[in-house]
Design a protein. Structure first.
Length: 310
């Protein structure tokens, strides 16, 4: 890490070897390396096994994993000079009850985020995002022809028109509005109707073309809560592989406290003092359930409770 706030899905220990994975001969040598390892995915879920210290990614010898899934693989990088891959098993039947029986279980990644070690979770997030991108971009956006895999899964090439396609990352502003005009500072949480009962979180929205981060933050808060943003400060970011967002965590000071949920994105909002926000994080608030610990909304709320104002 770089001495900054560490969020879930960060801390990938691999050398991505981005300067070498474009060389087909080098990549073929990595596939033939007897020390090559692979993480296995099925329906976006990584294979997880029980370890001495708790759940962890199940690593298979790459040759074995390739036999199980010969056509769906991606190069993740180098780990202590050993090549690391991800393979994806297709089909409706759970491979953990078939060819991978006894090696672990395929866990939904949001659930796994609560228990996997940080480095394992970061690598699992990369694999999931790459496979999701490939499923969504199997055809050329220029001419419509089927694309072909290249660069170890980090590029798709159209054999008809020569267009090259790369994994996309969608930027999202996620922000904690803060009002300082009363006896003590307050932060605002919002609630979407589809969430579990009591769940509230930071406000969020995708950047649009031609917007800066600050402009997107201000627009989203105005649209969702009817508040005017006067100051925006960056806190941290998070890679969010559902399917491939970059969450840009912000603290946003607002001019007033008359928040109005738009009833489209948000059905309710709530202002919290630092003491109330701390109770929410501790699980002792009588009505509000905090965002899960692996979400950057939790990180932002914790930072504000601990005194971060930007």
């Amino acid at each position: 890490m770089l001495g900054l706030a560490q969020t879930a899905f960060s801390g990938n220990p691999l050398d991505r070897a981005g300067d070498r994975r474009n060389d087909p001969a080098w990549l073929a040598a990595q596939e033939d390396n007897p020390e090559a390892l692979a993480a296995v995915f099925w329906q976006g879920r990584p294979l997880v096994e029980a370890g001495p210290a708790g759940p962890r990614l199940a690593w298979l010898a790459y040759g074995h994993a390739r036999d199980v899934a010969p056509d769906r693989r991606a190069f993740l990088g180098l780990w202590k000079d050993a090549p690391v891959f991800a393979v994806e098993v297709e089909g409706p039947d759970d491979p953990a009850t078939g060819p991978l029986a006894g090696l672990g279980a395929f866990e939904e990644l949001r659930a796994a985020a609560a228990v996997l070690p940080p480095q394992d979770l970061a690598m699992a997030g990369v694999g999931r995002s790459l496979f999701d991108w490939r499923r969504r971009h199997g055809f050329c956006g220029v001419c419509g022809r089927a694309t072909e895999d290249a660069a170890g899964g980090w590029k798709r090439i159209c054999p008809a028109c020569g267009a090259e396609h790369f994994p996309r990352v969608d930027p999202v502003t996620i922000m904690l509005p803060v009002w300082r005009g009363g006896p003590e500072p307050l932060c605002l949480l919002g609630r979407q109707a589809a969430w579990p009962a009591g769940r509230m979180s930071a406000l969020a929205g995708f950047l649009e073309p031609g917007e800066t981060i600050e402009e997107a933050c201000a627009r989203e808060i105005a649209e969702e809560a009817g508040l005017e943003v006067t100051r925006v400060r960056y806190h941290s970011s998070q890679a969010w592989p559902f399917p491939a967002q970059l969450m840009i965590g912000l603290i946003a000071e607002v001019a007033g406290n008359e928040a109005r949920p738009d009833q489209t994105e948000l059905e309710a909002v709530a202002w919290l003092t630092r003491a109330e926000a701390r109770a929410t994080l501790d699980g002792t608030h009588p009505t509000i359930l905090a965002p899960p610990p692996f979400a950057i909304a939790h990180t932002l709320l914790r930072a504000w409770v601990d005194g971060f104002d930007g």
